[in-house]
Design a protein around this ligand. Structure first.
Ligand code: WT7
Length: 645
């Protein structure tokens, strides 16, 4: 790494931040050398009904597999995010809501007001019969009620399962059924980039294949027309006259807090389950350390609440830390590419946290959209979701931050609950494209395919060698799948599914997924899921899906489709299949390129050789490697000849 590629800690950050470089070393060292006392001390950052006396109690070994943190502690997560702030900062702003249309007025909620809204929502859920342990599906746009609903579940001990509003009725129905949730919270419509999304109509359609669904709470967001069924309840009617106080339910630290569905390399999306104490501690600690967060500054995580980033860094982490958190309904580039920076100026945002894909899209629209805004409130810039290419990093740093704001590149996953490898602004010199160093308690390792631990500068598979409080605790409804998916490839270690490199300075560089998961605009998509959707079409015999490089999205989706005998590979069918996937899963899963393939490259045992398909999708057809083991090497020539540009 050339020296000019090192961005030292700005002196003002070194002077004012909680930790400087030596401080980080000490903190990290203690977390690894003496985890028991380290984590019990960290646990003090939360407000416990019963303070825990044990920290981590876990084993990644098959015979004794278990993961518990603070298991003897009791707390309520919503009380930690709301009630405990009331005395000191009840009248400070907890939540700023910025609407889709810039001409509409933002809304602001103090901690006291947010507390009242959450209690009211909790009482509405209770009146609908929701009790501790029930699963509540939340399918809402980015409106304040999404925050109320999530925290209301936490308040009464119900387990929320937030489903991203961009998912189709089919995908929603699958998630409702998988966790056997009988209640969905939705809105008439969502708004995004001036368009309306028919959420309630999607729930109606999902209900047809989710027979267990008994109650739908409908928030009136746009006033758009909806059809109300006997199972539907208007939120504003149900909330009328309901008390604005609700005692928080005492929860065991290991009681489930939420389920969030995410794609894996095989099968249906899995319900990643997080629990209460360890998750909240991780959300709060990482938000404070990676961003050196101080109450009184405006924090904006520009993610959707439907993803883990929204859970941890719009709601739980910031609110646990008494932050002012901004929630934005719309798109970063609507009405134009200056919107995101206009929002920064309007609310004097101190830290913004967004995804490389958004930065690349904005960068393409040119610097003028940035230059026309002030941005002097910005002090820190965060990124998450996929490896950030150095070009986008430098644009973010030089153009958006005018060279004065450190960039916090956080590597983590739905499974990890919060940031795992990330810089700290007062402690870490930066390198564009590197997530830098592990957070306290995180023990990353590189292993080769045989599981041998690699030392020094090296590249390999990224594993985590010990448990941390924010770790997922299970796949909902499938205990075996948790162990099978994450702890069998390299026994005794958590397998991330990512590849990584450690450089001469010990910095970590994430190189991307090493499994059949692709990362489209920072959204995780299992190739198997897209394939399953395609083969559901009556004309499709077989499908193989791979990732390909994409300028804006990071990765795009390339689908190879074999049609049933006698079916004409007509352009209409080509279009129809792309629409079909959009409808089956959602717009984020729609293939960018689709190639009709009379045959797929298979080994004699029938295994599709994805390596070859990836190379063709990338356009790298000169190095297809050995194709002699294929059952029919001639299919490769046809694939290459008909590659979609
Ligand atoms: C996958 C997890 C983390 C919340 C949003 C995505 C990739 C995530 C980075 C980063 C390089 C990253 C990894 C990871 N990823 N952040 N800073 N640098 N890669 O959560 O949907 O569970 O996806 O996103 O490949 O495994 P997710």
């Amino acid at each position: 790494m050339a020296e000019q590629d090192l961005y030292p800690v700005p002196p003002e950050w070194a002077a004012q931040a909680r930790y400087d470089a030596a401080g980080y070393e000490t903190l990290y060292g203690r977390s690894i050398a003496d985890p028991g006392s380290f984590w019990l001390e960290q646990a003090r950052r939360l407000d416990w009904i019963k303070r825990p006396e044990i920290a981590g109690d876990w084993s990644f070994d098959k015979a004794d597999f278990h993961i518990n943190w603070f298991a003897d502690g009791k707390l309520n997560v919503s009380a930690n995010c709301l009630d405990r702030h009331l005395a000191k900062r009840g009248d400070e702003i907890a939540l700023i809501w910025e609407p889709d249309a810039p001409s509409d007025a933002p809304r602001r909620f103090t901690y006291r007001e947010l507390h009242a809204e959450v209690c009211t929502f909790a009482n509405v859920l209770k009146a609908q019969g929701v009790v501790k342990g029930d699963r509540v599906t939340i399918y809402l746009p980015m409106i304040p009620e999404a925050a109320f609903a999530v925290l209301a579940c936490a308040r009464i001990g119900a387990i929320h399962s937030v489903v991203f509003g961009g998912f189709s009725p089919e995908a929603l129905a699958g998630r409702i059924e998988d966790c056997r949730s009988t209640i969905v919270i939705t809105a008439d419509e969502g708004r995004r980039g001036g368009k309306r999304v028919a959420l309630k109509a999607n729930v109606d359609a999902a209900a047809e294949t989710a027979p267990g669904l008994k109650t739908v709470i409908v928030v009136r967001a746009t006033g758009g027309a909806v059809t109300m069924h006997p199972r539907d309840v208007w939120y504003h009617e149900a909330a009328e006259g309901v008390p604005a106080t609700c005692p928080p339910e005492p929860m065991g630290a290991e009681d489930p807090l939420f389920i969030l569905y995410t794609s894996g390399s095989t099968g249906k999306p899995k319900g990643v389950m997080h629990t209460s104490g360890g998750y909240l501690l991780w959300a709060s600690l990482t938000h404070e350390l990676a961003f050196d967060y101080r109450p009184g500054t405006v924090w904006w995580c520009a993610a959707d609440i439907g993803w883990v980033t929204g859970h941890t860094y719009i709601l739980y982490g910031p609110l646990a830390n008494g932050a002012t958190t901004l929630m934005y309904e719309g798109l970063p580039n609507w009405p134009d590419a200056s919107r995101i920076w206009q929002v920064v100026d309007r609310h004097k945002v101190h830290t913004i946290f967004t995804a490389p894909t958004a930065l690349r899209a904005l960068m393409k629209d040119g610097d003028d959209f940035v230059a026309m805004t002030d941005r002097s409130s910005l002090k820190l810039l965060g990124t998450v979701g996929e490896p950030i290419n150095p070009e986008a990093w430098r644009w973010y740093h030089d153009v958006v931050g005018e060279g004065r704001c450190p960039i916090i590149d956080t590597w983590w996953q739905t499974e990890t609950g919060g940031a795992m490898i990330a810089p700290m602004p007062g402690a870490t010199a930066l390198k564009p494209g590197s997530a830098t160093n592990p957070m306290p308690g995180v023990d990353p390792q590189l292993v080769d395919p045989e599981g041998r631990v690699l030392t020094g500068p090296a590249e390999g598979n990224l594993v985590i060698a010990r448990s941390w409080p924010g770790q997922m605790r299970g796949v909902w409804g499938d205990r075996d799948r948790f162990f099978q998916t994450y702890f069998t490839t390299y026994p005794g270690k958590y397998t991330t599914g990512d590849g990584a490199r450690r450089d001469v300075d010990g910095y970590w560089w994430i190189t991307g997924r090493v499994d059949d998961v692709i990362n489209v605009s920072g959204h995780r998509m299992g190739t198997a899921e897209v394939e399953s959707a395609l083969v559901l079409h009556p004309h499709v015999a077989e499908a193989a899906v791979v990732g390909m490089p994409h300028d804006i999205k990071g990765q795009g989706i390339y689908a190879y489709v074999t049609l049933n005998a006698g079916v004409d590979p007509h352009p209409d069918l080509h279009r129809e299949l792309i629409v079909w996937v959009r409808k089956e899963i959602g717009p984020i899963a729609a293939p960018d390129k689709l190639q009709f393939a009379p045959g797929l490259p298979k080994t004699r045992s029938g295994k599709i050789m994805r390596r070859i398909l990836r190379k063709i999708a990338e356009g790298d057809v000169s190095s297809l490697g050995d194709t002699s083991t294929l059952a029919d090497p001639a299919v490769v020539d046809d694939l290459v000849a008909n590659r979609v540009e």
